[in-house]
Ligand binder design. Structure first.
Ligand SMILES: O=C(O)CCC(=O)C(=O)O
Ligand SMILES: [Fe+2]
Length: 369
């Protein structure tokens, strides 16, 4: 049987290079067996699939097609939506460098960050990672009734009145914002459901993470990703995404059918052994982040992973769930003992996250001038 990956003409990795991950059925009434499968995965690789999560495939297809639409805009248009200081918006190729000591340029991918939509009027807008999103259909320069040079793809007329151009611009990416906002909400529900299983797997109350103090007002970041059709060359420091572990609680990853994601279960092994995580239509690939590793005193794994380009374009969509800004992440009482004291000091979510973003993203000043 030819699977869809082979049908798209890609070289599928040999079975020995492929990781076999547990699959958690979120609709299963047998919570006990879901928890035990999930626990096994969290102890082993920190990666698993989640199926029957309630987000329809047709809707996922729409999110992917809207993502492709955005990335296919001319660079000039995308740069108008460059990531702001709240980390919302477009990240061009090489903006992120997930493994700077082993990469020559940075990641061969472009991205688009969408966070929790918080209006300017809301006091929470002051917090890092919070505030209004950048939306492609709402290009800021199209304000006010005065005449000015219009940069829209749809009209080149320098004297075109702005209020007309604004109408045209709103039509520029129809449905884009609605699709992304809807996806943001749906993914948060799935992530909360997974967090409840994780709590049970750690012998905690099911709502340990999903409680107001931890996930009441989470930092939840949707990121559209597009990898260029370049073949990675690890020995030369060229990667789709450099080796890293994610920063937060968990990540839900949706991918197209192109292979690329690899995991390394033992980061200290020499040489490191990398296994592909095969795309699975309709499933999320879920992985644990470093905050969960800290909470669980490294009992649950936040595994090193990277993306290798195979010469074909690849699209993926990551949803990073991080707790409330002020949530203190510290070793759980159930995960420490005299023999195994806490390996990490407590940290405040927002401080930790700010540092990790700073360490992995370009300085915004480098785009000026
Ligand atoms: O695109 C992928 O498959 C993985 C992306 C990823 O690991 C990340 O953005 O943290
Ligand atoms: Fe990642």
């Amino acid at each position: 049987m030819v699977n869809s990956s082979e049908a798209r003409g890609q070289q599928v990795p040999a079975p020995a290079e492929i990781s076999v991950l547990n699959c958690i059925d979120l609709s299963s009434p047998d919570i006990q067996s879901s928890v035990s499968l999930l626990k096994q995965a969290c102890l082993d690789s920190g990666f698993f699939y989640v199926i029957n999560h309630g987000i329809e495939e047709e809707f996922m297809d729409e999110v992917f097609s809207q993502s492709k639409r955005f990335f296919s805009l001319p660079m000039e248009e995308k740069m108008k939506l460059l990531r702001n200081e709240k980390n919302r918006g477009y990240t061009p190729m090489f903006d992120e460098s997930l493994d700077p000591s082993n990469q020559i340029h940075g990641d061969y991918k472009e991205g688009y960050y969408i966070g929790v939509e918080i209006s300017e009027a809301d006091a929470d807008t002051q917090k890092p990672f919070y505030g209004p999103n950048e939306w492609p259909s709402e290009v800021k320069r199209h304000k006010g009734p005065e005449k000015h040079k219009c940069h829209s793809r749809l009209t080149e007329d320098e004297n075109f009145p702005c209020h007309y151009s604004r109408i045209l611009i709103l039509d520029f990416m129809p449905g884009w914002r609605e699709t992304m906002e809807k996806y943001h909400q749906k993914a948060l529900e799935v992530a909360r459901a997974v967090s409840r299983l994780i709590a049970l797997a750690l012998d905690l109350n099911f709502d340990f993470f999903d409680q107001p103090e931890i996930l009441g007002k989470p930092i939840a970041i949707l990121r559209l990703l597009h990898y260029e059709d370049r073949t990675s060359e690890p020995e030369k420091g060229i990667f789709g995404a450099g080796a890293h572990s994610d920063f937060g609680l968990i990540t839900l990853l949706a991918t197209d059918d192109i292979f690329g994601l690899q995991i390394c279960k033992d980061r200290h092994a020499n040489p490191q052994i990398w296994e592909y995580v095969p795309p699975l239509k309709g499933a999320f690939i879920v992985n644990l982040g470093d905050m969960l590793e800290r909470w669980s005193n490294c009992i649950f794994r936040s595994t090193l992973h990277r993306v290798l380009g195979n010469g074909q374009e690849r699209y993926s969509i990551a949803y990073f769930l991080e707790p409330n800004h002020d949530c203190v992440v510290e070793c759980l009482p159930t995960c420490q003992s005299e023999k195994s004291p806490p390996k990490y000091p407590p940290i405040k979510c927002q401080d930790y996250l700010l540092q990790r973003y700073k360490d992995t993203h370009s300085d915004l000043n480098s785009y000026k001038g």
